[in-house]
Design a protein around this ligand. Structure first.
Ligand code: PLP
Length: 377
């Protein structure tokens, strides 16, 4: 059987990893500034993480949600503390798309309404509602298309106010990334996030903060939306949550009423996934990774702004976009194949930096030196 060929693959076979270093089958060393797409939060094969998952696997890897799994409660408690949302409730699932799917569904159950407001260049995942709220018609199948989702221009306060004025009573949810990832590292402005909060309050709609890529400490705040000083009703999360172990979740404000059958999952919240997520939070706390994300992130942002060939540097903490002119389109590829540095990209010409939250200034400097070399080439 062949693999279903739906994404391009680099001819690199990574066999081992530690921290932000990767090695291929020939022993070549690579630097990971991509974190496997914002997933590696505490570094590859962190000893505490390996130990906790190994111990858990030797005890029990999986049983269904029909029994008590105290690790779920431990995870909810640590997450509540770390994110400063102690009074929120946690529902666990397996991926970012699933987290958004559940968030949108819950908003619709809660309000009894159907309309969802999403924004230009948004990406919320590939399941049915998540992809319907994603601004990319090419990945939406005919069956996913729905009139229930309305796209408005990102950061356009006027358009948002007008939309609520004309059909606000029908809106179940507004979903927004604090910093758009796939859309090219674009920050939602503080007044825009504040306006979403006040319009959702006024019209009884649900504010969903998609924190799948920009969350989990990556920007130096636990959820990137926190910089606007407003509370969302639901935060969706995944990626960095399990440092590579598949896990997602939604943090749900106290006003939502839970009832049996409202949401459900076979794998969500399983023993192994919870052990991985608890280990991640342990390390994030003990190694002060949010502070490190801010410090090293600020350093990178400042240094990147000194390159005159870069058109624009955007982002916060360790979620950084480097916009290059069209003639430098090969830089990302050259960083990988000539300097052995993994970075991410956003079309058409943005390099995305999404490393582990414990990268050091020394690693940041290695990246900056390599970029300097590429931009001079
Ligand atoms: C902002 C955002 N939301 C949702 C998703 C979907 O997550 P997943 O691929 O885990 O389903 C992604 C993935 O890139 C994302 O960046």
């Amino acid at each position: 059987m062949n693999l279903f060929d739906v994404y391009p693959v680099n001819p690199i076979h990574i066999v081992r990893a530690k921290g932000s270093t990767l090695w291929d089958a020939d022993g070549n060393e690579y630097l990971d500034l991509y974190g496997g797409h914002a997933v590696i939060s505490i570094g590859h094969t962190h000893p505490h993480y390996v130990q906790k998952i190994t111990e858990q696997l030797n005890n029990i890897g999986f049983y269904s949600n029909s029994i008590e799994i105290p690790l779920q409660k431990q995870l909810a408690q640590q997450l509540g503390e770390m994110s400063g949302k102690e009074d929120y409730a946690l529902f666990l699932c397996n991926s970012g798309a699933e987290a958004n799917e559940n968030a949108l569904k819950l908003a619709s159950f809660h309000t009894g309404r159907k309309k969802v407001i999403a924004f230009s260049k948004s990406f919320h995942g590939r399941t049915s509602l998540a992809v319907a709220a994603t601004d990319n018609p090419s990945i939406s199948a005919p069956v996913n298309k729905t009139d229930n989702v309305v796209f408005l221009p990102f950061n356009d306060e006027e358009a948002l106010s007008q939309a609520f004025a004309s059909y606000g009573e029908e809106v179940a949810a507004v979903i927004i990334e604090g910093i758009q990832g796939v859309g090219g590292i674009r920050e939602a402005s503080i007044p825009f996030l504040q306006l979403i909060r006040s319009l959702c309050d006024q019209y009884g709609a649900v504010f969903i903060a998609d924190s799948v890529q920009c969350g989990y400490g990556r920007t130096g705040n636990f959820y990137s939306h926190d910089y606007a000083g407003v509370q969302a009703d639901i935060y969706s999360m995944a990626k960095g949550m399990g440092n590579g172990f598949p896990i997602g979740g939604i943090a749900i404000a106290p006003k939502f009423k839970a009832s049996y059958g409202l949401l459900g999952t076979t794998f969500g919240g399983n023993h192994l996934a919870c052990a991985a997520a608890v280990a991640v939070l342990d390390v994030m706390k003990s190694e002060k990774l949010l502070e490190n994300a801010k410090t090293v992130g600020n350093y990178l942002l400042e240094e990147l702004k000194k390159f005159d060939k870069i058109q624009e540097v955007r982002g916060r903490g360790l979620m950084i976009g480097i916009e290059l002119p069209a003639e430098l389109a090969s830089v990302k590829k050259d960083l990988l194949f000539k300097n052995r540095i993994f970075t991410g990209e956003a079309k058409p010409n943005v390099i995305r930096i999404l490393p582990a939250l414990n990268i050091t200034k020394e690693i940041a400097d290695r990246f900056l030196d390599a970029l300097d070399e590429r931009l001079k080439a």
